[in-house]
Write a protein that binds this ligand. Structure first.
Ligand code: KG4
Ligand code: ZN
Length: 335
C-alpha cells in the first residue's frame, strides 16, 4: 500500500509517500521563510503560500521517485488542529486528488500524526505508553492503549513549550523559529546561571504553564543594563533547563501514577537535544523505556500524516468528500 500524506496545518507545505511495508518513500517540505520578517506566522500569507506551493511540490514528489500517481492507494490529510485557512487549502487539494484518482481519503488529527512519527521506522508503539507531545501549539501528555485509542492526561493552561522557546528567542533577539535558535545559543551557556520558575509542579498535577517563565525571562532581561554574548547564552541555557525540567518531571510522575512503562516524545520540541537526553536518563533510572522520532520527523512533516492515515485506512476507516477542518481540540479515539 502507498499512502500520500498532506500537511498544511501551519506554515510548512509538506507532502510524503509512505508505505507500511517499505516505510518512508519520500518527504518534500517547503518551509515558508516569508514569515521570518514578521517574527511569527501570518495566517493569511500562510494559506496563500500553500496554494502556490502544493501542486509544484506534488509534481516534484512523483518525479523524484518515479511514482505514477495511479500507484497511490489512499490519501491522508491533516484536517486540524491548526490555521483554518491553511488546513482548507490542504484538505481541498486532497479531496480533488481523491476524486480524480478514485481513492479513499482520511482526515488525520495533527497531534495523532506527531505521535505516530514514532512508527516511521516501522516499529509499532509499545502499549500502553505515555506520549509527551511538545510543539509550537501543544504541550500534552497522552496515554495510548492501542492504535487509535488516546486519553489526554495533561495539557497546557497557557503557552505551549514551543511557544515559550519562540517567545524567549524573540526576547533575546535570536530569530524565528526560536527553539533551534535557543538550543544553539544555550550551548556555551551555564544552565545554573539563573534560576527561572518551574510552574505547577504539584503532586498529581499533569497540566503545564509556561507563561510565567516567559515573563520571568523578560523581567530578568529588563533588569540588566546590557546583554553580552555570555549573558545571552546563560539566559538561553537556564530557560531551556527550566522548560526541560518541568517536561521531564511531569512525564515521569505521570507515568508512575498511571503505571505506564513506555515513554515517547513527539512534536517539534522533541528535536531538542537537551530534552531528549534528560528524558532518556530519567526513564532509564525509573526502569522505563524511552523512545523519540528521528530528528527530521519531529517538526511538521507529511510522512507522519501518511503513517497515521495508513493505520486508519488499513483498519477500514476513511472519510467522505465532506471532510471538514477544525481549529482546535484533543485527539479523538477512532478504535
Ligand atoms: O511540531 P511543530 O513543527 O509545529 C507545531 O505543530 O506547532 O513544532 C514547532 C515548534 C516551534 O515552536 C519550534 O521553536 C520548536 O517546535 N522547535 C524546537 C526545536 N526545534 C523546533 N524547540 C526546541 N528545540 C529545538 N531544537
Ligand atoms: Zn506540529
Amino acid at each position: 500500500m502507498i499512502v500520500l500524506g498532506i500537511e498544511t496545518s501551519c506554515d510548512d507545505t509538506s507532502l510524503a509517500l509512505f508505505s507500511p511495508e517499505r516505510g518512508v518513500i519520500e518527504v518534500l517540505t517547503a518551509n515558508q521563510l516569508v514569515h521570518e520578517k514578521y517574527g511569527g506566522v501570518v495566517p493569511e500569507i500562510a494559506s496563500r503560500q500553500h496554494l502556490k506551493t502544493l501542486l509544484p511540490v506534488f509534481a516534484e514528489l512523483l518525479a523524484r521517485d518515479k511514482v505514477d500517481e495511479h500507484a497511490i492507494d489512499g490519501i491522508g490529510v491533516s484536517n486540524g488542529p491548526g490555521l483554518l485557512g491553511s488546513l482548507l487549502v490542504g484538505v481541498g487539494f486532497a479531496k480533488a486528488l481523491a476524486m480524480a484518482l478514485q481513492i479513499p481519503i482520511v482526515g488525520v488529527h495533527h497531534i495523532e500524526a506527531h505521535i505516530l512519527a514514532n512508527e516511521l521506522q516501522l516499529e509499532e508503539l509499545r502499549y500502553p505508553c505515555l506520549v509527551l507531545v511538545v510543539s509550537g501549539g501543544h504541550t500534552c501528555l497522552y496515554r495510548v492503549d492501542c492504535a487509535g485509542r488516546y486519553t489526554l492526561l495533561g495539557t497546557t493552561r497557557d503557552d505551549a513549550a514551543g511557544e515559550a522557546f519562540d517567545k524567549i528567542a524573540k526576547l533575546l533577539g535570536l530569530g524565528f523559529p526560536g527553539g533551534p535558535a535557543v538550543e544553539e545559543a544555550a550551548k556555551p551557556g551555564n544552565k545554573d546561571a539563573v534560576h527561572f520558575p518551574r510552574a505547577m509542579l504539584g503532586k498529581n498535577e499533569f497540566d503545564f504553564s509556561f507563561s510565567g517563565l516567559k515573563t520571568a525571562v523578560r523581567l530578568y532581561i529588563e533588569s540588566r543594563n546590557s546583554l553580552d554574548q555570555q549573558t545571552i547564552a546563560d539566559i538561553a541555557a537556564s530557560a531551556q533547563e527550566a522548560i526541560v525540567d518541568v517536561l521531564v518531571q511531569k512525564t515521569i510522575a505521570c507515568a508512575k501514577k498511571h503505571k505506564i512503562a513506555h515513554a515517547y516524545l513527539a512534536g517539534g520540541v522533541a528535536a531538542n537535544g537537551s530534552l531528549r537526553k534528560c528524558l532518556k536518563t530519567h526513564c532509564e533510572k525509573e526502569g522505563m523505556t524511552y523512545h523519540a522520532p528521528l530528528i527530521q520527523y519531529c517538526t511538521d512533516n507529511a510522512a507522519m500524516v501518511a503513517c497515521a492515515a495508513a493505520k486508519q485506512l488499513s483498519c477500514g476507516r476513511n472519510d467522505g468528500l465532506d471532510l471538514d477542518v477544525f481549529a482546535r481540540g484533543p485527539v479523538t479515539s477512532w478504535a
